[in-house]
Design a binder for this molecule. Sequence first.
Ligand SMILES: C[S@@+](CC[C@H](N)C(=O)[O-])C[C@H]1O[C@@H](n2cnc3c(N)ncnc32)[C@H](O)[C@@H]1O
Length: 397
Amino acid sequence: MNPLDPVRLRRALADHLEEGGVLKTPAWRKAVETVPRELFLPMFFKHETGPDGLTHYTPVSRDTDPGQWLALVYQNDTWVTQIDGHLTAEAADRPVTGFPTSSSTMPSTVVGMLESLDVDDNMNVLEIGTGTGYSTGLMCHRLGEDSVTTVEVDPAVAQRADAALEVAGYSTWTITGDGLLGHPRRAPYDRTIATCAVRRIPYAWIRQTKPGGIILATVGPSAWTYGTGLAKLTVNEDSTASGRIIGRTSFMPARAEAVVPLSGDLTARAAYPDTERKTGLSPNVLNDWMPAFLAQLAAPGAQLVRTISDSRETVYLFDTGREAFAALTADGDEWTVRQGGPVTIWDAIESTLTAWHDAGEPDISTVRMEVTPEAHAYRIGEEPALRWKHRHQPLSD
Ligand SMILES: C[S@@+](CC[C@H](N)C(=O)[O-])C[C@H]1O[C@@H](n2cnc3c(N)ncnc32)[C@H](O)[C@@H]1O
């Protein structure tokens, strides 16, 4: 028996996802066993951490090493297919570094989301972030090609996905455009699913999803690459949407919302604080997922930057939209925080994390949320200190 037989590999992947409790329903199992992931990944980047601590991406291709390529295709892993908005594995002849901008997400995440979407036959779905088209293919298998509309912002990525979907046998609706606007021409949808992260649920998705329909998307109000949650919302008759965070997920940010790293002299940006004090809360707490999620709720739009100079660590939080900052410096085990601008970023994070700690550190799945045309409201339980309201304003950075 050939261990590199795609049919066997697909079955093994389905078994793996089922054993892990991710794959639950026969219809999605059939889709995983049928849709050839290799068609969507003729080339991709393998990732490993280099001696410099950076992630190095090495091109892998069907043509140069078919054995390794196929084995990796069916590994439960995310394979990056584009770096820095343009570089594909086809164009790279050596390992590269950079920021992943398109990928085939690991099957356990894709299938876990599809299971959470609670689809039924005859439903139609809007997908934001086509990427390679693999998740689109799974949905086409489950629901039929006419019931799936997928939007990809990058024209070259959309074209490759559309071609791969055709080869897989699905003439689906692959739209090139900004998925934050949905796709009104094929609305209303029973389900809207996003495989890129958003700072907030675009109101267009609520307008384009039927009452009773579900929206599933990764949210993180400050666009950090971690500390994000998978929001599952039901659209209400009054054109609001409500639901909760059902777990952790991490996705690359929607392109228009990706944070441009701050450059230049950061010390100068934080040179004139309004206040300075000791804080009992180490910013290292933000390395953990739930505190990072809560920090984004408490200080939406704040960028987190860590620097080390003369072996002294400084952790900055910059809210460039509101021209505010917090700068935390270590003195042995003690931290000093200097804050400037119209909002006190660290005070907000500190009181949120203290209230969360006092409430017994509930996990991310206790976060409920409601989206109206005016605002996003998040809460944990009934505790006033664990409520956050983000009024909608144009994104400014
Ligand atoms: C993680 S990949 C998608 C994975 C894909 N579903 C799969 O299974 O292969 C995220 C994709 O979202 C796309 N994207 C980012 N911002 C977008 C936007 N505003 N509208 C539509 N697509 C977007 C990226 O170009 C990228 O291809």
